[in-house]
Design a protein around this ligand. Sequence first.
Ligand SMILES: Cc1cc2nc3c(=O)[nH]c(=O)nc-3n(C[C@H](O)[C@H](O)[C@H](O)COP(=O)(O)O)c2cc1C
Length: 329
Amino acid sequence: MIKKLLEKNKMRLAPMAGVTNSPFREMCLLNNSGFVTTEEIDATSLVYNRSIRTKEISSFYAREKPIAMQLLGCDIKIMSEASIILQEMGADIIDINMGCPVPKITKKGKGSALMKDIFETSKLVRSMRNVTNIPLTAKIRSGWNEENENAVEFSKMLEDEGVDAITVHPRTRNQRYEGLSKWELIKKIVAEVKIPITGNGDIKSFNDAKAMLDFTRCNSVMIGRAAIGNPWIFNDNYQKLSDKDKLNKIIKDISNHIELMKDFFTPRNIDLQIKKQLAYYSKGFKNSKELRFKIFRSEEKIDNMIEYFFQNLRENFQTIERNLETTKI
Ligand SMILES: Cc1cc2nc3c(=O)[nH]c(=O)nc-3n(C[C@H](O)[C@H](O)[C@H](O)COP(=O)(O)O)c2cc1C
């Protein structure tokens, strides 16, 4: 089942804490991303105290299904209990986070710290496998540091323990997001295990995605940072539109995204979330720095800020179109 799902649409959104909430995931799905994954959900919070934040990051629209929900943790009992809770909440796939590099997380043995102890992690995976009757996947890095690049051995262990698919972000934990990701390693893992592999790291365009699929022969790819403020990266049809049609689509999609955010977030959180997304969407604008400054600092009502954003968006596109007109003459 999982292989079919991965290959149905080979490009999909990577989980990103603070970014890939339900409204943004929906934007990516509407632009042809393959199935989406929630951001990391802390297993302890899920089991013991469902804070507003945990509730927010673990909720999803029914129309996002099939959905993967990602768990962060290291305690065998808590992770197993959390897996049961996610299944009951309607997860279609449970993904184990084995890649988070943040010191606050790794100090507790979670995220990429799981890659330091293959034996202990195999016990964790076995226990989760035993209580889970939906596909179980894992998202790994190349290893903890350069001296311990154990992703191949680790992937074999995951396969032996019954994990259904693996995502590989081929950077060590020490690299965080620095340097280039080693696509060569994804290729090696594809050759060494039988379960489907998703490649991830440094895809900045539709063509990069194709290049990773061709080079590594992986089953699918995940796109993270390049999708922030650009859900259209998954949409081949969008790339083929004229500038005018692109502008119309962008305006329609961003308006839709704003409505989704107004519906999804708690009243206290709505304005900040909208401002964050507008800032992401202004990434390519000439005046993006001033625009972001104004959006975050202004005391104006959010609807005025939204109007200001759209006005800037239109002006930026007009410049592009004007330039094209000049070239024609
Ligand atoms: C802001 C941010 C938050 C992230 N949060 C998560 C997360 O919750 N779970 C996870 O598995 N990876 C997380 N990642 C890692 C991404 O999923 C991805 O593996 C990484 O960014 C490399 O892919 P890219 O080069 O396409 O961005 C995060 C990355 C960023 C930049």
